[in-house]
Every structure is written in structure tokens, then in C-alpha cells.
Design a protein around this ligand. Structure first.
Ligand code: APR
Ligand code: PHB
Length: 404
């Protein structure tokens, strides 16, 4: 068995693990990342694309913002369409200057991987049998296999950045953690294509046929989503079926501009709200999807991962730079306050914008929920105050500072 040592062991090389690793390294805090799959595999997963300002600032602080700053597209607002009638949510005006940045998660991940490689920071890709041991002890270990060799990594702290299906969360004993979950009766069928987007800004479209989202990655690459029953299989949907249905769910002027083309990716994601409490146990800290999942309707998944990273980064910096370990206990509380806010916003947007008709066990219930949702979205889009409530949450709450 090979034995290695670091200060912070990071499990998972998704955006959470890579961003945390980069920030820690900038402070001279040694870290090693252990990832289950290959780097190429990680980059093959198409995910979100809307970054809050807090995320953007963090990427800048990590010193990895060159391409993001050059290629990311600032979005001052977005549209909400209800049965074809559009309401513009002008984020910048409604929030007094805040905007979001459209830049894909895959691109952020690629930039972080390149920065890590060029700084010769260590990542063990394609590791198996990853196990977290003695997480309550002063020196926890992570054991794993890599290229046929067994490893034992000793560290001070473990950051569990290994996503919803990782090993970190189940390491916290079941009687210590509480898991909150809501599963929705529909999923999102996503399609990526090298076609120009229908609009300069995102369109969240609620219709009697179900929800649709028109998003993008660049002026030549579109990302679209359709609400589909959770039982649908991606094989059931040809590209042509997708385009025809999308056209019916977009407002008429956007539908008229729709340029179709072959899909370069098509997949169905179920919608789920999930939170694990607490987010820390001994010297283990859960970060990002390892601790929480949101339905994508508020564009919050990646952004909540970033605020966790920001909090843990501040804590680790204080621990190693100031020798103050008293701040360690603050992590879960601070992270969870923002997580629950993002969870509530994502749930609210999901409920207002989707079609629940016939989706409940008792049909009447689904229909009643549908009427509530219609009334609610009409109310919020009808006034400046209502739109501001949406805008303030969409751009994201400020990150909370550590207590002294
Ligand atoms: N050992 C090591 N690595 C693992 C293990 C394991 N047992 N299990 C999973 N992983 C890896 C996965 O292969 C993946 O690369 O952990 C990584 C987790 O990455 P993500 O799932 O992307 O999670 P995270 O980094 O928290 O990213 C934030 O929020 O809403 C989403 O789309 C958003 O994926 C983004 C996420
Ligand atoms: C995306 O572009 O993938 C995207 C954008 C906004 C969302 C969800 C997904 O709310």
C-alpha cells in the first residue's frame, strides 16, 4: 500500500472539488483530489450554464477566469412566458445592477482542470474502492485503488465533493443525518444543438402542454428543455419530435425564429429537491450535490455548490493562516441557510412554471395545484414588486461571512 499525505483531501473532481482545490492551492493549502471516473468522462456531462455574480467572483479569485471573462455572456434579464404572453424580468434594473453570466459548467470545469494540471496539482482520476475512514479522528484517511495499486491518504480534513451518488454523505452515520426529499412527477428532456438561440436571453415558458426552457451556451449553441413525464425514455424522443414539441411550447415570435438541427446531446434528468443536514461530521465537510439537489428551474444547482465552496474556503483559510480552529463548526449552519433559500426558490419556480395536470395521484389535486400555480405566476409577473421578488432570488443572495 502506498501512503501519501495532504492537508485537505477532496473527493470528486466536479466543479465543487476543482474550484475548492484551486482556491486552497492559491492560499498555499495542500490538497489532493480523488475522482472515480476519468477527466474526459467528467467533461462529457452536460449540465447548467447560468452563473451568479458570487460564483463569477470566486472563479476570478481562483485565478481561472480568463476564458470565462472573454467568452461568458452577461445576461441583464430573462423572459417568463405564460401561454405565449411574455413578461421581461429585467434583473439589472430590478436589483439595482445585478446580472448573471451565461457560461457552461463544462467550460468552467475544463478551465479548472487545465489550471490544476498546469500547476502540477495532484488528482487521482479513475480511482475505485474510495473509502473515508476515521473522519472524527484528528487524522482521517481516505483509502482507494488507482491503476491497480492501493493507496492510503492521510489528511487533516476531507471535503466530500462527490455529488449525489458519492460515498461521502453515507459516511455520516444514518442516525446523525436527516435527509429531506421531494421528487417531482416529471423530468426535463434536454437537447443541445449547434444552432443559434431563439433569443438573446433565456425564456422560461409555461404552457398547457407543459414547461419549456430556451437557453444557450454561445451565439451558435442552443440548449433547450421540455417538461416530460418522469416515465418517458430518451429513446422515445427523436430530434424531430423534440423540435416539433418545443415549437408548440415557445411564444409565437420565438417559435418563428427557431432554427433546428441535429442534437449533439439529449438526455432526461429527473427533478428532485434534496437536503442532507448537517453538512459536516467530525472533519468531513459535504459540498455541493453531495449535500443537496435542486430542480433546475431556478438555475441554482451549480450556484449553491459555489457558495458552499466559498464558505469552506474561508474556514480553511482561517484555520491554516490564523491557526483558528474555532470557526470549523460554522460550516454547516452558514452553508445550510443559503442552501434552504435556494431550495425554496427552486421549488417555488418549479411549482409555478410546470404543468401538474393529471400528474397527481388524485387528478383533482393536480388540477387544483395547477390553478394555484397559474394564479401565483400571474400575480408575481403583474407588478414591479412581484418581478423584483423573482429577480433578487434569481441573481442570488449575498454570501454570508464567517462569524468573528
Ligand atoms: N469517489 C470519488 N469521486 C466520486 C465518487 C466516489 N465514490 N462518486 C462520485 N464521484 C465524483 C463524480 O464522478 C463527479 O465527477 O464526484 C464528482 C461530483 O461532481 P458533480 O456531480 O458535478 O457535483 P458538484 O461538483 O457538487 O457540482 C455541482 O450542482 O446542480 C449541479 O449541475 C450542477 O453538477 C453540478 C453540481
Ligand atoms: C441551462 O442552460 O442548462 C439552464 C439554464 C437555466 C436553468 C436551467 C438550465 O434554469
Amino acid at each position: 500500500m502506498k501512503t501519501i499525505t495532504t492537508q485537505v483531501a477532496i473527493i470528486g473532481a466536479g466543479p465543487s472539488g476543482l474550484l475548492l482545490g484551486q482556491l486552497l492551492s492559491k492560499q498555499g493549502i495542500d490538497n489532493i483530489i480523488i475522482e472515480r471516473v476519468s477527466g474526459e468522462y467528467v467533461l462529457g456531462r452536460i449540465r447548467a450554464g447560468i452563473l451568479e455574480q458570487g460564483f463569477v467572483n470566486l472563479v476570478r479569485e481562483a485565478g481561472v477566469s480568463e476564458r470565462m471573462d472573454a467568452e461568458g455572456i452577461v445576461h441583464d434579464g430573462f423572459d417568463i412566458a405564460v401561454d405565449g404572453k411574455c413578461t421581461h424580468i429585467n434583473l439589472k434594473e430590478l436589483t439595482g445592477g445585478d446580472t448573471v453570466l451565461c457560461y457552461g459548467q463544462v467550460d468552467i470545469t475544463k478551465d479548472l482542470m487545465a489550471a490544476r494540471a498546469s500547476a502540477s496539482l495532484v488528482t487521482y482520476y479513475e480511482s475505485s474502492e474510495v473509502k473515508l475512514n476515521d473522519v472524527k479522528a484528528a487524522t482521517p484517511t481516505v483509502t482507494f485503488e488507482h491503476l491497480g495499486e492501493k493507496y492510503q491518504l492521510s489528511c487533516d480534513y476531507i471535503a466530500g465533493c462527490d455529488g449525489f451518488h458519492g460515498v461521502s454523505r453515507p459516511t455520516i452515520p444514518a442516525d446523525v443525518r436527516t435527509e429531506h426529499e421531494r421528487v417531482y412527477p416529471f423530468g426535463w428532456l434536454g437537447l443541445m444543438s449547434d444552432t443559434p438561440p431563439v433569443s438573446d436571453e433565456l425564456i422560461y415558458s409555461k404552457t398547457k402542454r407543459g414547461f419549456a426552457l430556451a437557453s444557450m451556451r454561445s451565439p451558435t449553441r442552443s440548449r433547450y428543455y421540455l417538461q416530460v413525464p418522469v416515465t418517458d425514455k430518451v429513446e422515445d424522443w427523436s430530434d424531430d419530435d423534440f423540435w416539433q414539441e418545443l415549437k408548440k411550447r415557445l411564444p409565437a415570435d420565438a417559435a418563428a425564429k427557431l432554427v433546428t438541427g441535429p442534437s449533439i446531446e439529449k438526455s432526461i434528468a429527473p427533478l428532485r429537491s434534496f437536503v442532507c443536514e448537517p453538512m459536516q461530521y467530525g472533519n468531513l465537510f459535504l459540498v455541493g450535490d453531495a449535500a443537496h439537489i435542486v430542480p433546475p428551474t431556478g438555475a441554482k444547482g451549480l450556484n449553491l455548490a459555489a457558495s458552499d465552496v466559498a464558505t469552506l474556503y474561508k474556514i480553511m483559510t482561517r484555520v491554516y493562516k490564523e491557526g483558528d480552529k474555532n470557526c470549523l463548526h460554522q460550516y454547516s449552519e452558514i452553508a445550510l441557510r443559503r442552501v434552504w433559500h435556494g431550495e425554496r426558490f427552486s421549488w417555488w419556480m418549479t411549482n409555478m412554471l410546470h404543468n401538474f395536470d393529471g400528474m397527481s395521484d388524485a387528478k383533482e389535486q393536480g388540477d387544483t395545484q395547477g390553478r394555484f400555480a397559474e394564479s401565483e405566476i400571474n400575480y408575481y409577473t403583474a407588478s414591479e414588486n412581484g418581478k423584483r421578488v423573482i429577480a433578487e432570488q434569481y441573481v442570488g443572495l449575498a454570501y454570508e461571512e464567517l462569524a468573528p
